[in-house]
Design a protein around this ligand. Structure first.
Ligand code: ADP
Length: 649
């Protein structure tokens, strides 16, 4: 065969693209290999597909992609036994951009869709930049190819300098070999040595593990002879070359559900999550219609350590047609479901999709919506079919899930239904809101709750006294997130949430309420001057002193207005170094307590008795202690207390 080498110039736009590549538009150079492997896999797909209808084409025997690294020559070759390219193909496909063969092929397929019931093979790559990404890592690229069904091959070569050469060559079989003459500077840092076995293995594992053809590489193995004790005998090293398959090809989410065993799901979960526990549950999804995607999601059994770190990892990996695009895909799962792990594989997105594009992508938003619905449905089913399991789930992830109550307006009702809370109803049991409502007293129109650090502190808080006395159930919210969602006036069905530490208390039937109010008014009149005097003394700390129906056995407590921040929320914000507005609260006194009555008589005897100052301060301090808050001046409190004890003993 006589060969002539022709030199051609790239089109202006190709030169532009090349220039972009040489100065790397991708922050991640490693993906050049993903692109080449995807092209190779497409080429095998194409041959298999065309061989179905064209008897002149060879059947693909042993379809594979071979990586050949030569450290000494500083080259990396990628070979496939796919459909290959004719000379015209090479000129039009490789020498030109924006004329992607894959895209043309897809169009042709669409036109032929349905004919003879042939299913289209999965084809990767819609942008014509894939091949050119090689120039990010190579200063010269040689491509040799022979189209299946043709006799001769073609060799193409370019240094990315605006021109390429093309010539005819002999090639024993169909397929394509692309050889990259690697840039020296990449290998110098050791991390990007694309002729190094472990670098290549790592990239294949990360991006191309689920490509459906074997990606092989010759790997050097060294074995030693061993002595009787099993020790290596020096100088006995024997090296051999073995051809290894680098990818698992196990994209289990694409296989029929019935064919995937439980063990395979578990193994897959461990592979993607790096969690050594089994998953608690998993499910598959197939989205069809205006877009196509599949998902395989897992609910872990144990919460990760970093569940509440702001920068903690999300668990969703995004694939486009089995090719890995990114980890930790925040766009596909809301924050409050950050513990869900799994894979989303889209048929319609472009391989080159970036984070910025993802955020505005309607399809991504639609997928996310479907995923969220499905996760919540799965949890709802769990509450119905295996409550025990749901309790375990709630224990691990409930705190995260409750963030959804304020984050995800659309699913708020569902999330409230899924939430479990401690309650004064039963010591060690959690209750749903639905069950709480079913136990509400006649005439009760609010869901009562109290927030606090832990169950014991809340239960001992004076705020609960009247509720306990009259048999009203109160939900006990002890998670930081409860402070947040209860700040907003959400309702559950028709019922508002009402903190027992805020506002005024009206319990009982209409008649009882009116009666209680009347009695309180009378007492207020009687104690009016004393209350005002106390208020004046404590003006630095509180905004009002009043009598209340909230207390039965304690003398006093502190409450807020309905819109005030709770003291726990204040503490939380302080702990996070957030600015906290000063909210003065209301000191409530129990009109039926002996202490209130004694104060009244001291006050009546001598309105300017200096002891009243101290008593007021002590009452305030004691109310703070009772709810678990810190004293503004512990030393002062303690001194006053001691003085009082001395007088009393
Ligand atoms: P894309 O793959 O996004 O279409 P590329 O620049 O990577 O763009 O490739 C351009 C075209 O060249 C491909 O669409 C395909 O038709 C052809 N091609 C690339 N690599 C191969 C290969 N290994 N075997 C056969 N054809 C290939």
């Amino acid at each position: 065969m006589t060969t002539t080498v022709e030199r051609h110039s790239f089109q202006a736009e190709t030169r532009e693209l090349l220039d972009l590549m040489i100065h790397a538009i991708y922050s991640n150079k490693d993906i050049f290999l993903r692109e080449l492997i995807s092209n190779a896999s497409d080429a095998i797909d194409k041959l298999q597909f065309e061989a179905l209808t064209n008897p002149d084409l060879p059947k693909v025997e042993n379809p594979h992609i071979l990586l050949m690294a030569d450290k000494a020559a500083h080259t990396l070759s990628i070979e496939d036994n796919g459909i290959g390219m004719s000379r015209e193909d090479v000129v039009s496909l490789i020498g030109t951009i924006a004329k992607s063969g894959t895209r043309e092929f897809m169009n042709a397929l669409k036109e032929n869709k349905g004919k003879e019931g042939i299913v289209s093979p999965e084809l990767i790559g819609q942008f014509g930049v894939g091949f050119y990404s090689t120039f990010m890592v190579a200063d010269k690229v040689t491509l040799e190819t022979r189209k299946a069904g043709e006799e001769h091959g073609t060799r193409w070569e370019s240094s990315g300098d605006g021109t390429y050469t093309i010539e005819a060559v002999d090639r024993p079989s169909h397929g394509t070999t692309i050889t990259l003459h690697l840039k020296k500077e990449d290998s110098e840092d050791g991390l990007h040595d694309y002729s190094a076995e472990w670098t290549l293995k790592g990239i294949v594992k990360k991006y191309s593990d689920f490509v459906s053809y074997p990606i092989r590489m010759d790997v050097e193995h060294t074995e030693y002879d061993r002595d009787a004790d099993g020790k290596m005998i020096e100088g006995s090293a024997k090296t051999s070359i073995q051809r290894e398959t680098l990818n698992s090809m196990k994209a289990i989410w694409t296989r029929p559900e019935s064919e995937v065993s439980e063990d395979e799901y578990k193994e897959f979960y461990r592979h993607i999550s790096h969690d050594w526990h089994d998953p608690m549950s998993w499910f598959r999804m197939k989205m069809e219609g205006t877009f196509e995607a599949q998902a395989l999601l897992f609910i872990p059994e144990k919460a990760p350590q970093d569940l509440f770190y702001r920068e903690g990892k999300r668990g969703i990996q995004l694939y486009v047609k089995r090719v890995f695009i990114m980890d930790d895909c925040k766009e596909l799962m809301p924050d409050y479901l950050r513990f869900i792990k799994g894979v989303v594989d889209s048929e319609d997105l472009s391989l080159n999709i970036s984070r910025e594009i993802l955020q505005q992508n309607r399809q991504i938003r639609a997928i996310r919506k479907r995923l969220v619905k499905k996760v919540l449905n799965t949890l709802e089913e769990m509450t119905q079919n295996s409550l025990e399991k749901y309790y375990l789930f709630w224990n691990e992830f409930g705190r995260a899930l409750k963030e959804g109550i304020y984050e995800d307006q659309e699913n708020r009702e569902t999330l409230l239904n899924l939430s479990l809370f401690a309650s004064t109803n039963a010591e060690n049991e959690l209750t749903t809101l639905k069950d709480y409502v079913s136990r509400m007293k006649p005439g009760q129109d609010k869901i009562y709750f109290m927030t606090g650090e832990d169950r014991k502190t809340i239960e001992n808080s004076p705020h609960l006294e009247a509720f306990r006395d009259k048999g009203y159930e109160v939900l006990l919210f002890t998670d930081a997130v409860d402070e947040v969602w209860t700040q907003s006036a959400y309702k559950y069905g028709e019922f508002e949430f009402q903190s027992v530490g805020k506002g005024t208390v009206e319990l009982g039937t209409e008649e009882e309420k009116q009666q209680a109010e009347k009695e309180l008014e009378q007492k207020e009149q009687e104690y009016h001057s004393m209350l005002e005097a106390m208020q004046a003394k404590l003006g630095d700390f509180i905004k009002e002193v009043r009598l209340s129906n909230r207390l039965t056995s304690s003398p006093s407590c502190l409450v807020g207005n309905a819109s005030d921040m709770s003291p726990q929320m204040e503490q939380m914000l302080k702990a996070m170094n957030q600015p906290v507005p000063v909210t003065k609260r209301i000191l409530e006194l129990n009109p039926n307590h002996a202490l209130t009555q004694k104060l009244q008589s001291v006050f009546s005897a001598n309105q300017s008795d200096p002891a009243l100052n101290d008593y007021a301060y002590l009452l305030y301090g004691q109310a703070l202690l009772a709810e678990g808050s810190a004293l503004p001046d512990p030393a002062k409190f303690s001194k006053l207390m001691t003085d009082l004890l001395v007088k009393a003993i």
